[in-house]
Ligand binder design. Structure first.
Ligand SMILES: [Zn+2]
Length: 355
């Protein structure tokens, strides 16, 4: 059961679970298990979103959908080459260099197969055109997904028998899914958005431990396919009650936005998909200050969330976004260890006193 005072073991379990867009089953199973212990009712909707319902103190309070996405950046097989290597495309905004060469897992129909994201031997010349293109003092081209391949050590017949085909997902191997300590920070792939899932669960666990209830009916929604267009979130925004969708996600800690890698939560006022509700954002800021925090404010020029994308297509009237400051977003992500705890406290405070 979610321990609001130590969320790190749950974060590690969620990071170990595979969750490429549209195939979030392993993450979903953990979310269902935890939400069932915390919520008045838990169910999975037709889009694969997991929803935990927390009854509000009063039916007068605003119904709120709080969202964190279950899916992770991954790859999808485009074709199988004659030599048994796989040509993959990204599922979400990820570049090969953000993963680097290394172990991956191919989620074949018959089970998991090992593979390696590869770029080829470097002791080569222009005769090896694909490798040469991205060599410094060679082709000098930036690497894109036409360059790497998945090494499988399997024949076409073996891959077919294992159930590898166009559409098969390829994910970072479990051996590369271990939390790494760096002073006051922790690093791993997929803090986006497992850190936010832990935040939602932590806020619910904290309210339960303190025998508190949200002011209005609250739907904790663990969403599908955010990384490729927020399809789960837009469906849930349309089908669940309420006018507010509040997303929790990773926020880029970078000078461009004046955002630092600190534990202070980030209140976001707008992104590339639209504006967040200013009344809610201002209120989140005030809630944080009341708790003794100094929340950061941000406007993300290159970003979209479950909430802003829901609003952009008219499925929610009001949107809000809380972020955890993150280094290397959409890569090997690093967050301040206390970032989750602060976000938990702010989210719980908001749900008890929403606007
Ligand atoms: Zn995210």
């Amino acid at each position: 059961m979610t321990n609001p005072d130590n969320l790190i073991p749950l974060l590690q379990e969620l990071i170990s679970a595979r969750g490429p867009s549209g195939q979030e089953d392993e993450v979903r199973a953990i979310c269902i298990r935890e939400l069932e212990t915390l919520c008045d009712k838990t169910w999975t909707d037709a889009s694969g979103n997991v929803i935990g319902f927390l009854r509000g103190v009063s039916s007068e309070g605003p119904a709120i959908r709080v969202m964190a996405h279950m899916d992770e950046l991954a790859m999808i097989v485009k074709r199988i080459n004659e030599d048994g290597t796989l040509r993959v495309n990204p599922l979400g905004g990820i570049y090969p260099a953000n993963y680097g060469q290394g172990p991956v897992e191919i989620m074949a129909d018959q089970g998991i197969l090992p593979g390696v994201l590869s770029i080829g031997p470097q002791h080569t010349t222009a005769d090896s055109a694909r490798i040469w293109e991205v060599k410094v003092k060679g082709g000098n081209k930036a690497m894109d997904w036409s360059h790497p391949y998945i090494f499988t050590r399997k024949t076409l017949a073996q891959l077919k028998e294992a159930g590898v085909h166009a559409g098969t997902r390829v994910v970072i191997a479990r051996s590369r899914r271990t939390l790494f300590d760096i002073d006051d920070c922790i690093g791993s792939y997929f803090m986006d958005n497992r850190a936010a899932i832990v935040t939602l669960l932590g806020a619910a666990a904290r309210m339960k431990a303190e025998d508190k209830q949200p002011a209005g009916d609250t739907y904790l929604v663990m969403t599908t396919t955010e990384e490729i267009g927020a399809h789960g979130a837009t469906y849930a925004s349309r089908t669940l009650p309420g006018d507010i969708t509040l997303a929790v996600d990773s926020g880029p800690a970078v000078e461009e936005y004046g955002v630092a890698l600190t534990a202070e939560p980030i209140v976001v006022y707008g992104d590339a998909a639209g504006l967040y509700d200013k009344t809610i954002s201002d209120h989140l800021l005030a809630c944080g200050r009341l708790l003794g925090m100094d929340p950061q404010c941000a406007y993300w020029q290159s970003y979209g969330s479950d909430a802003s994308l829901s609003k952009a297509i008219g499925q929610t009237a009001r949107a809000a976004l809380l972020c955890i400051a993150t280094e290397n977003t959409h890569g090997y992500e690093i967050i301040p260890r206390d970032g989750i705890g602060q976000c938990v406290a702010l989210l719980a405070a908001y749900l008890e006193h929403p606007v």
